[in-house]
Design a protein around this ligand. Sequence first.
Ligand SMILES: NC(=O)c1ccc[n+]([C@@H]2O[C@H](COP(=O)([O-])OP(=O)(O)OC[C@H]3O[C@@H](n4cnc5c(N)ncnc54)[C@H](O)[C@@H]3O)[C@@H](O)[C@H]2O)c1
Length: 304
Amino acid sequence: MKILVTGGAGFIGSQIIDLLLAEGHTPIILDNLSNGREENVPNGVKIYRKNLLSDKVERIFEKEKPDIVMHLAAQVSVAKSLENPAEDAAVNVLGTVKLLEYSIKYDVKKFIFSSSSAVYGYTNEVIHEESSTSPISFYGTSKLVSETYIKLFNRLYNLPYTILRYANVYGPRQRSDGEGGVISIFIEQLLNNETPIIFGDGNQTRDFVYVEDVARANLLAITNADNQVLNISTNTQTSINLLYTLLSNQIHSLQKPNYEAKREGDILHSHLSNTKALKNLNWEPEYDLISGLEKTAAYFKKKE
Ligand SMILES: NC(=O)c1ccc[n+]([C@@H]2O[C@H](COP(=O)([O-])OP(=O)(O)OC[C@H]3O[C@@H](n4cnc5c(N)ncnc54)[C@H](O)[C@@H]3O)[C@@H](O)[C@H]2O)c1
């Protein structure tokens, strides 16, 4: 199938591209390379270097007539969303609505959306898809609003969708600068004998899911779980302090972290149930944190 992957030059998107190619699909990419990298794009894969918001995006739909849209391109930073809510909403909400309009106009068969656990907000409970949504950042809000548009486009115009709410994704190709994830940042810093910073007391928890598992969830969503919202997670929570210890052991580093004040917009605990994805997507993670960290650390060591 021909699959338009927005954000396909980014961390998760490029891993999806690799998997789609391996499965015999024809992926094409829409990415303005604002956070993605040219080197993530395999030879032979067509990339349109365009902003989501450009009027030229319609021409891509007209010309390529994709069967499926996997929408990953986004303003991905919680901090930036708090600094500039309008820009976050423009890219994340307006960008999504434009893609939905083109998807209807050019007969896309399914819209697969990368949402986030940031839609839930504060809770100490295990989070299910039916749990209340109360984002504490504009990023979480823009993802939740996009979900609402996707559901309404489905109701009004019958565009099938799957919404995947990813937990904290990590793995090879995640950036360790700018909008990087905590794991890639810690690994690079430990490898360079720098002092990593832990915001807050380090007892905050995250549900870390390995990127290849996330890519496989997207692949399965092509033919499964129509019109459903699913958590893509490991169903376990790990504190940042424990994560730090695991990584230090992995890298054989004795470096101690510095602790700084907690950041605005960061949730305290995140533990997402994945039983719905298991049942409806036939998906479960193949990597636990130890095996995922091994592969991730090996990638960054090789890159050094
Ligand atoms: N990484 C995570 O832990 C995580 C967790 C939950 C949800 N997500 C979601 O998954 C998706 C992919 O995230 P990622 O971690 O791979 O981030 P990423 O920044 O590596 O990927 C996003 C891609 O979108 C592109 N992009 C950004 N703005 C654009 C625009 N206006 N026009 C065209 N392209 C644009 C960037 O260049 C980048 O390649 C995002 O939608 C993100 O919100 C990620």
